[in-house]
Design a protein around this ligand. Structure first.
Ligand code: PHE
Length: 433
């Protein structure tokens, strides 16, 4: 359940719709789903098994494999790169988490009630153009993360995920029911699922792969850490499937909740990171009891973002505590402050530094591209190559828990050939193609 909490977050509800909107809807979604099952699922399972088998933080796990199985020591790089990716992702994740806090407070004061397209647009622009308020919300979100991490609330997260995720699901279903009544559903279904091969480019595939990694929290060791907390010898494949199915369903439902609103209101789905913050208030404002519904929705989204944010920093925290013998509280504040400081880059990239662009991307866009589309897939590639080729085969066989010989053979082919080659090809095509 903690792993579901890590996977389900802003990636599903904020990032998925705007990426799908920007990269052509159905073709993006089809590639995304293929990436989830062919690439994401095996890598997630390998992360769990490396974590559970080593019972260490990401860097020390590879040190332990080096000692026990004489695997080359340089595989530790997976751990280092993962910690760096976690810090960089959290630096912008926290700023967006801050937007969610702001919108929750707006909902409390019922600002969405009957708000029109213009009002909602202005609300968002005013927010992102004001660095001071972005910093306040970003700071609040980071304090929330630091304080919970410093309590080391492993069990707490599990309980929160168990009770709050189903509630979030319920509110999303309510929004979808509203959409069915309000219209825009048939356009949405064809936008999301009517597949057009001509829309697929190497870039779309790379971005869909990045979205799969981001959404499943894989490629940076977050799931390895959660794996290391897992006990027993339950087959990991079952745990993996639970996470994958929960995460993918929430992403698809989020599309069904957002896109109809855009079609009805004639809003372009290509407007980037502000997409859900302009679409959701429009729908929420129409629902009777908009203040209660809106507050509950953004509160639950905040909880989802928070359980994900915790897992982004946990690998670094675990490493610092185990290796530097710093106290937990001190570690959390030091690491959290570094992330907070880096977060200012994202804050300013929406206003003061909005004109600074590289490859046509703002600093935030660049940070997001670098982490999701490059660092996570690279980390995932190394993880699956390690698990498939370097780790003793008996360990893999025991941990995965696939009994049937034929099924296990297929699993091996996927882990050793299909998955690494697919990531490699997408990478080369997407970056150099
Ligand atoms: N999966 C999280 C989300 O969808 C984000 C995340 C990425 C968390 C990588 C941990 C590691 O919001």
């Amino acid at each position: 359940m903690a792993a579901v909490g890590s996977a389900v977050g802003l990636g599903n509800i904020w990032r998925f719709p705007y990426m799908a909107g920007e990269y052509g809807g159905s073709s993006f979604i089809l590639v995304y789903i293929l990436c989830i099952f062919l690439i994401g699922l095996p890598i997630l399972c390998c992360e769990f098994l490396l974590g559970r088998h080593s019972k260490r933080n990401t860097v020390n796990a590879f040190k332990r494999f080096h000692r026990e199985y004489a695997t080359p020591a340089w595989w530790q790089i997976i751990g280092w790169m993962g910690m760096a990716a976690g810090v960089l992702i959290l630096s912008f994740y926290s700023v967006i988490g801050g937007w969610v806090i702001h919108y929750m407070l707006q909902a409390i004061s019922d600002s969405f009630a009957s708000a029109g397209k213009e009002a909602v647009g202005t609300m968002f622009t005013e927010l992102i153009q004001n660095p001071a308020s972005l910093i306040v919300w970003h700071t609040l979100f980071m304090i929330l993360v630091i304080v919970t991490l410093s309590f080391g609330v492993r069990n707490g997260i599990e309980r929160v995920a168990k009770y709050f995720m189903p509630l979030l699901l319920l509110l999303m279903l309510t929004l979808i029911a509203y959409n069915i009544k309000n219209g825009g559903m048939s356009e949405t279904l064809s936008f999301m699922f009517e597949f057009d091969a001509s829309q697929i480019s190497a870039q779309t595939i790379l971005v869909a792969l990045g979205q799969a990694f981001f959404s499943l929290s894989i490629g940076m060791g977050a799931m390895m850490v959660y794996g290391s907390y897992l006990g027993g010898s339950r087959p990991l494949i079952g745990t993996t499937l639970t996470v994958v199915i929960a995460d993918t369903s929430i992403a698809i439902l989020s599309g069904l909740a957002i896109f109809p609103i855009l079609f009805v209101m004639a809003i372009e789905p290509t407007q980037g990171p502000g997409l859900i913050f302009t679409a959701l208030p429009l729908a929420i404002g129409q629902i009777p009891g908009s203040a209660i519904f809106g507050t509950a929705f953004f509160f639950l989204l905040l909880i989802a973002a928070w359980t994900s944010a915790i897992s982004l920093l946990e690998p670094l925290i675990a490493w610092c505590i185990e290796n530097l013998t710093w106290s937990r509280v001190f570690t959390c504040w030091v690491c959290g402050s570094v992330v907070w400081l880096l977060g200012l880059v994202t804050v300013f990239s929406f206003n003061e530094w909005a004109h600074i662009k590289f490859f046509g991307k703002t600093l935030f866009g660049l940070l997001d591209f670098l982490t999701s589309n490059i660092m996570l897939p690279l980390g995932g590639l190394l993880i699956i190559v390690f698990a498939g080729w370097v780790l003793p085969r008996a360990v893999m066989r025991k941990e995965v828990g696939i009994q049937n010989n034929f099924a296990y053979k297929i699993w091996q082919i996927v882990v050793r050939y299909v998955c690494p080659l697919a990531v490699l090809l997408i990478f080369i095509e997407g970056i150099f193609g």
